[in-house]
Ligand binder design. Structure first.
Ligand SMILES: Cc1ncc(COP(=O)(O)O)c(C=O)c1O
Length: 363
């Protein structure tokens, strides 16, 4: 047998939420199937982005702009940074292994919370670095424990804020304290995939921290509120030196021209962003009320999904929902065998979810 490198062979492949097509193939279901498994935007894609992407389709014979000039410039203007401080990825997860490959040697360590977004661990494994896992406190990152876990060889710390799958956040004061307490040579990745859903004033302003420090990288995505998960588009903002190193690892033309145009347009589709935010808030409130009435434990969320604990193996609930055409997400691999992560859907989808859960729980 041809052996792969040891640290590559032991990587556990990421299992995403099931696509609708797969469920249809496997279960032969008829009728409308709803996917509440991957925290996509239930309202769809920004209509302005769709229009722009349609126009761009005719230019598919041309390679894209390798440096994403227009998209980077639009982002730079929005965040008051320079294009040299931005890298764009084929989804934000593409950038995670670039960070570990560039900054984590095999003798170095990275600190990740147990129950944090699982791609952090995969990225550490890809580079073959040491993974230091820290227990969470009240289902969220325990920043004091994270700081205490940093060793001399620690190069990276990963924080998802809000965290997936728990939907919890670490707050402004805690984050500012945290940065003061850690060495400057430790790069902190703040993954803010769901930040556009948050208006809470206690949510940290990572750009303020970025203006004061060199050891923060802000990771964001177009997959959530902008509705471009299928177009695969994400970006990171960090100092020029870090970005120039990450750019060296990028495969040429990693971001296709349709997505570049879609992202640039979606960023300024304020009407769609507002509608998506409002729909999420309304859905959240409805689902909180219904889960409370059903006596189901859940975590209040800062994202577009809710962590719901069924107090029994959630695989059974997952399968029963799936049989009835609703795809949720099990999160055993995050250490939560009794919980499901369920995306907040449209009003109609949320009503169907609750109706179906009631039927399922009676049996
Ligand atoms: C915390 C977090 N980061 C990153 C991502 C991945 O985003 P992308 O689609 O940009 O790769 C997700 C997706 O669910 C997420 O929950």
């Amino acid at each position: 047998m041809i052996e792969a490198k040891e640290h590559i062979a032991k990587i556990k492949t990421y299992k995403p939420g099931k696509p609708i097509e797969e469920v249809i193939r496997e279960l032969g279901l008829e009728g409308e199937i709803i996917k509440l498994a991957s925290n996509e935007n239930p309202l769809g894609t920004s209509p302005l982005a769709i229009k722009a992407m349609r126009q761009a389709l005719a230019e598919s014979f041309l390679y894209p702009d390798d440096n994403c000039f227009y998209l980077k410039n639009t982002l730079a203007k929005k965040f008051n940074v320079t294009p040299e401080e931005i890298i764009v990825g084929n989804g934000s997860v593409e950038i995670l292994p670039y960070i570990t490959l560039a900054y984590l040697g095999q003798k170095d360590s990275a600190v990740v919370s147990q129950g944090a977004f699982i791609w952090f661990k995969i990225a550490v494994d890809i580079a073959g670095g040491e993974l230091i896992e820290v227990p969470m406190k009240n289902y969220t990152h325990d920043l004091k424990a994270v700081a205490a876990a940093i060793k001399e060889n620690t190069k990276l710390v990963f924080i998802a804020n809000p965290n997936n799958p728990t939907g919890t956040i670490v707050k402004k004061d805690e984050v500012e304290e945290f940065f003061k307490s850690i060495p400057d040579h430790v790069l902190v990745i703040m993954d803010e995939a769901y930040c556009e859903y948050i208006t809470d004033l206690q949510y940290p302003d990572s750009f303020k921290i970025y203006k004061e420090r060199d050891n923060i990288l802000i990771l964001r995505t177009f997959s959530k509120i902008y509705g471009l998960a299928g177009a695969r588009l994400g970006y990171a903002i960090a100092n020029k030196n870090i970005i120039s190193n990450l750019m060296k690892l990028r495969i040429s033309f990693n971001v296709n021209r349709i997505s570049q145009i879609g992202g640039k347009t979606a960023l300024n589709d304020y009407d769609f962003i507002k509608k998506s935010y409002e729909s999420n808030e309304k859905g959240k409130q409805y689902l909180y009320d219904e889960y409370n009435k059903l006596g189901i434990f859940f975590l209040p969320t800062y994202g577009n999904f809710i962590f719901v604990d069924f107090d029994r193996d959630s695989q059974l609930v997952f399968e029963a929902l799936q049989q009835k055409g609703i795809i949720a997400r099990t999160i055993k691999e995050y250490g939560f065998p009794n919980a499901l992560r369920i995306t907040i859907g449209t009003e109609k989808q949320n009503h169907r979810l609750i109706r179906t859960l009631k039927e399922v729980m009676q049996h």
